[in-house]
Design a protein around this ligand. Structure first.
Ligand code: SF4
Ligand code: SF4
Length: 190
């Protein structure tokens, strides 16, 4: 039986990550977190997260870079801002979640186990870049091929209902002037 080591040593922490955190929007106040847990208790999706928002703030500030960037939490955050408006220390938790997600994308880090949300986000953006908009049925197919066809089979009844209701077109959707969209996206990314 494999025994997983739970202990972390100080020399495994990443001080560069802590310094970087203080430079992202909202990150400059994370050091003031008093670990009250308001954010975790009010977060509607914290029960599905592997690291609660309160714990994530402490881990990010301490330099647990790998654990933070590989967590499901940053991808599950629904950007509802409930934590941010209720934090007694005025810490911009939602903005920090975005910053962490951006860093994970830049470093091409994903959660250790296969997880649909980052793959969905990337496929969505690629499709918008190419066609100016997405075609839901193609997006679902791309996702299924990347995360496993079993998921597609599980989603089949839902897909069928959506198709019957006219909400899931098989026809490829695209805008008329794709070049304009490409130019706009290039300007945003620059
Ligand atoms: S609500 Fe604010 S102060 Fe309290 S644990 Fe969350 S981030 Fe820290
Ligand atoms: S913004 Fe994200 S972390 Fe904050 S309460 Fe909403 S879902 Fe939870």
């Amino acid at each position: 039986m494999q025994i997983l080591r739970k202990v972390k040593y100080e020399n495994e922490l990443n001080p560069e990550f802590t310094s970087w955190l203080s430079t992202i929007p909202g990150g400059e106040r994370v050091r003031e977190c008093m670990q009250c847990g308001t954010c975790s208790s009010i977060c509607p999706v914290s029960i599905y997260m592997d690291i609660t928002p309160r714990r994530l703030m402490a881990m990010a500030d301490s330099g647990f870079k790998d654990d933070v960037l590989q967590s499901f939490t940053i991808w599950l955050c629904a950007s509802c801002y409930a934590c941010t408006v209720n934090c007694p220390k005025d810490i911009k938790i939602t903005d920090i979640m975005y910053g962490l997600k951006r860093r994970a994308i830049e470093e091409k880090v994903l959660p250790r186990r296969r997880f649909a949300i980052p793959i969905l986000a990337r496929s969505f953006v690629n499709m918008v870049k190419k066609n100016g908009r997405i075609t839901e049925s193609r997006l679902v197919m791309t996702l299924a091929l990347k995360i496993g066809l079993l998921h597609l089979l599980r989603m089949a009844p839902l897909g069928w209902s959506l198709m019957r209701a006219g909400r899931l077109s098989l026809k490829k959707e695209q805008v008329q002037n794709k070049e304009q969209i490409k130019t706009m996206l290039k300007a945003v990314e620059a």
